[in-house]
Design a protein around this ligand. Sequence first.
Ligand SMILES: C[S@@+](CC[C@H](N)C(=O)[O-])C[C@H]1O[C@@H](n2cnc3c(N)ncnc32)[C@H](O)[C@@H]1O
Length: 423
Amino acid sequence: MSDTGVAARKSAVFLLDEILGEGKLMSELLGAGVLDRLPPDDRARAQRLAQDTLRGLERADRILQKHLNKYPPLTVRNALRIGTVELCTGGAAHGVVNAMVSVVSGDRHLSHLKGLTNAVLRKVAAEGPEAWTARRAPRLPKWLRGPLVEAWGADAMAAMETVHFNGAPLDLTAKGDPAELAERLGGTLLPTGSVRLYDGGQVSAMEGFAEGDWWVQDAAAALPAKILNAQPCEVVVDLCAAPGGKTMQLAATGAEVRAVDDSHSRMQRVKENLTRTGLTARTFIKDARQFQGEFDAILLDAPCSATGTIRRHPDLPHAKDGSDFGALMELQEEMLDHAWSMLKPGGRMVFCTCSLLPDEGEVQIDEALERHGDMTVDRDALNIAGIDPAWISSEGGLRLRPDFWAEQGGMDGFYIVCLRKSG
Ligand SMILES: C[S@@+](CC[C@H](N)C(=O)[O-])C[C@H]1O[C@@H](n2cnc3c(N)ncnc32)[C@H](O)[C@@H]1O
């Protein structure tokens, strides 16, 4: 890592320019290799700075507002935002201000604004961290906050925003005994059987990763496969399987598993994960709506708004505006109907989305129940360790929100339901 941290900060500014200015997602940018030329430490630092700034964006903007008569160009504004977050969360004033001035002066179109950058960040540094902690947890942008307040209420929304702001711990699913894994790694065994670490570090360097003893999977994301409860004699299909967290859980039961995803590159990750963990599933690169077969059990983790994952993806509410969500909801409906046609009579299907929007969960199932006379909700499937009955919604699905287990770090927002086909 460079001593001054200028390279990492310059890249963090670039990430924010792309996310806030161009509507790109962090995952798209990293997938396209925009940080690949940096050494690993700088890469991690750039990503962390951008994520911290996105989490605290509203606070940073409020603090900066006082010191700006008019907004400078986006790149300078983003440099100021990152500098503000660093200064207010323990960054050493001298180093942060100098590095940010270097970032701005290094751009010949913006170098005339280095004096402004210096002056504003010095004022922010003089105000100190109190200016930061006195403010409320940043709110979601209005386009998303509105529907979520309508669905869950203002108090729940504020609780979710606090959890979003705090970020997420690292959850693992054990291939073997989770209690043994928790003890080995010094983690906490959660009531549903996931292992939670509060200071994980670099995943691939952690004990047991290379040996395939565990995989990273949010505690909420681990529940759909548990609810499906696949048995060794069954043939099970995992639709929309990549990167394979649920495929590995299903394979670990001894069931015969087919994993389907339409993305070549993401399916490559499923294969790598299966190889690392020594688990077996047949993989198919195919549109889930065209896959054929007859199955005892189906898991459909449909593509969705991913609004349940904001703790770990703070870029999402800033990069998106909800305009593509309608198309996703239509896709979910098509997938659900096609998957249902592949289910054996008497079989069961778990439908889930990592979404906080009822239109991608409760409403989707209410409508599916009207379309399919042979479909019922299997409430008994939710009788598993650690599930709080208060999380069960009126139609019999499981509504999980980031503010559940808030003191322990929360969980991803998810909707999960088990559907039975009459025999
Ligand atoms: C929520 S992610 C799945 C996460 C995965 N189930 C896991 O537990 O690791 C959704 C997946 O749907 C895939 N997908 C999107 N459209 C698809 C389609 N029409 N057919 C099959 N897969 C699709 C995406 O490539 C993505 O990997």
